[in-house]
Ligand binder design. Structure first.
Ligand code: NDP
Length: 257
């Protein structure tokens, strides 16, 4: 019974920013448990690479190009997925960008807007577009990718705009969960620590920042994309049927201090 609840056979899942990094790993975890997955990414080439990698492992994967900052494109994506697959059961709103190293007083309007457009507005456009068919079907699971940076201030990294955008995702998650709970749609978030992906390559290559991260992490290491993806899969599955509005921290103990 317990293993059965983790299965996603016959379900359709969409992962934004799913061509690489954490998103690609989420796509793989959902596929492995039986879902048909649509990878939606900004760069069609990256989406193709992700699709080819998963298809080579025998998984059912489709791709779509989308810019999550454009709500009309996101609405069109939801319509295209419905037209092609006839249903949508899971959304992983993962697309995000990170910028750091600028003191708050020096952050430009463009900088602030760019980060919030993807990390916060983009998540809402996606949640809204995919919740519509889910609410109609009275069934669906949304997992937003937040960050432990939405819970702590991360002062040495000077990334107020990123921290604030992720805190907003957490509160968005709780608010949507409360609105949609009685109509069968669950909304949860995952808040990861530093994970080894292209997004954090700048720190692992430069060394200094990585040393600080490792020192501040009780487990003493970075996360791997699959360690986030396994939690996302759990939240997307019926095994998490009583969970909605949760922000699940996956951080090797970083925020325990
Ligand atoms: P990556 O940069 O490796 O992957 C992000 C993907 O999102 C890329 O394929 C990127 O495409 C895509 N993307 C960016 N902007 C858009 C857009 N406007 N529309 C559609 N797709 C877009 O990042 P990670 O895998 O590391 O991060 C995934 C999520 O996890 C993000 O939300 C991030 O904030 C969060 N996170 C990551 C952590 C980490 O340490 N890695 C820690 C905590 C949270 P392109 O390359 O073309 O820009």
């Amino acid at each position: 019974m317990f293993a059965e609840k983790l299965r996603l056979d016959g379900r359709v899942a969409v992962v934004t920013g799913g061509g690489r990094g954490i998103g690609l790993s989420c796509a793989e975890a959902l596929c492995e448990h039986g879902a048909s997955v649509v990878i939606a990414d900004l760069d069609a080439g990256i989406a193709e690479q992700g699709r080819d990698e998963l298809r080579a492992k025998g998984h059912a994967v489709d791709i779509r190009q989308v810019d999550v900052t454009r709500s009309a494109e996101v609405d069109a994506l939801a319509e295209a997925v419905l037209a092609r697959h006839g249903r949508v059961d899971v959304l992983v709103a993962n697309a995000g960008i990170a910028r750091s190293g600028t003191a708050a007083e020096d952050v430009t309007d463009e900088h602030w807007t760019a980060v919030n457009d993807v990390n916060y507005n983009g998540v809402f456009w996606c949640d809204r577009a995919f919740a519509r068919p889910m609410l109609k079907a009275r069934r669906g699971a949304i997992v937003n990718i937040g960050s432990m940076s939405g819970l702590i201030c991360n002062r040495p990294q000077k990334q107020t705009y990123y921290n604030a955008s992720k805190a907003a995702v957490h509160q968005l998650t709780r608010s949507l969960a409360a609105e949609w709970a009685d109509r069968g749609v669950r909304v949860n978030a995952v808040a990861p620590t530093y994970v080894e992906t292209p997004l954090t390559r700048f720190a692992t290559e430069e060394g200094g920042l990585l040393d600080a991260w490792l020192r501040d992490t009780p487990m003493g290491r970075l996360g791997q994309p699959d360690e986030v993806a396994s939690v996302v899969h759990f939240l997307a599955s019926d095994a998490a049927s009583l969970m909605t509005g949760s922000v699940v921290v996956v951080d090797g103990g970083f925020t325990c201090w």
